[in-house]
Structures are given as C-alpha cells and as structure tokens.
Design a protein around this ligand. Sequence first.
Ligand SMILES: Cc1cc2nc3c(=O)[nH]c(=O)nc-3n(C[C@H](O)[C@H](O)[C@H](O)COP(=O)(O)O)c2cc1C
Length: 186
Amino acid sequence: MKTMIISSSPNRIGLTNSCVDICIKTLQELNVETKWVVLNQYNIKKCEACGKRGWGICLEEHICRMEDDFNNLQEEMGEYDNFIIVSPVYFYEMSESAKTFFDRLKRCQSFNEDSKLKGKEMLCIACAGGSGDGTENTLHSMKNLAKFLHTEVVDYIGITKKNFENEKERIAESTKKLLKGKVLEK
Ligand SMILES: Cc1cc2nc3c(=O)[nH]c(=O)nc-3n(C[C@H](O)[C@H](O)[C@H](O)COP(=O)(O)O)c2cc1C
C-alpha cells in the first residue's frame, strides 16, 4: 500500500502542513509507504489549451506536450494506491499551484479509459483562514476533480484554526479509511 500526499502551501508552519503532519504520522504508524509532494516546489506551468478547439495531445495521448515537471508527476501518481490532497483556501478556491496541476491532470485523465487513477481512493482537505469563507467552494472543486479523475473520495474536511484541534482525530481516521484495512497497526 502506497499513499501520495499532494499539498500546495508554501507555508512550512501553517495549517496545511499541520494537517499533512497528522496524515504522515498516521501513515507511518501503519507502516504505509508515503510520498509527500509539495506542488509549490515543482515547475508546473499553466495549461496552454494548445489545440485549435481547446484540446491538445492530452485528449488522446493523456500526457501534456509541455516539458516541465507535470508528466513525471502524473506518471508517478499511477504508482500510488491512494491520495491525500491538502490545499490552503486562497480567494475562496484551491491555491494556484494546486489549480494549475489539477487543471492539467483533469485534461489528461478524464477521458483516459486506462487511467491508473481510476477507482483509487482520495481524501480531500481544505485549510482556510479565520473566516473559513471559501472552504466549501474549495471542497466542491475537489469533488469535481475526483469526478474527472474517476477517484472515490473517503472524506472532505474543512479546517480552520478554530476547528483544527477538534478535527485532528477525523483527519487521522479518514487517513486510515484510505487504506481499507489493508495494513495493520504496529
Ligand atoms: C493569497 C491568500 C488568499 C487567501 N484567501 C482566503 C480565503 O478566501 N478564505 C479564507 O478563509 N482564508 C484565506 N486565506 C488564508 C489561508 O487560507 C490561511 O492562511 C490558511 O491557514 C491556509 O494557509 P496555510 O497553510 O499557510 O496555513 C488566504 C491566504 C492567502 C495567502
């Protein structure tokens, strides 16, 4: 069992990374191989909608023509059994680095009948500031993402500073749900 955590905050000591820490700790306790991808550290450009009708080779070849970190990361995702997506809420949406990556991933995977992501489990977490405004919208975008990736979502969790303490247990429990009882606690 292998889990990939994909987060998208540059803030090392913020709420996003605090949620990631809980997921990693939970997975380590269960001896699950884990990779943590921080999208901000990758060179992933925005989609150019390169074809005349708005589709490039992504539609039929399920890769992108641009030479940056996207194709390698997309391919690597195929090697993982499940995913945890954690994004800060910026302007009522996922952060820019998440949107940029997932925009291209949707294009490559939504019409890929042989997609290696199909049917895999995903946990979605959105981390907002004091108001929490935009959390629902961000989680809704993640729901749409899952639809286009043909993944199954085990939980959608909205986090703010106010509810973080109370939601820690839920983050850990939902992380375990991803594993479908396939690993034993040490
Ligand atoms: C550019 C930017 C836009 C933001 N927009 C929102 C927002 O729309 N709603 C909200 O509740 N918080 C907003 N925030 C606050 C973050 O969601 C908050 O800091 C949260 O803790 C996640 O970021 P962190 O991982 O850096 O802690 C914004 C922060 C930044 C930097």
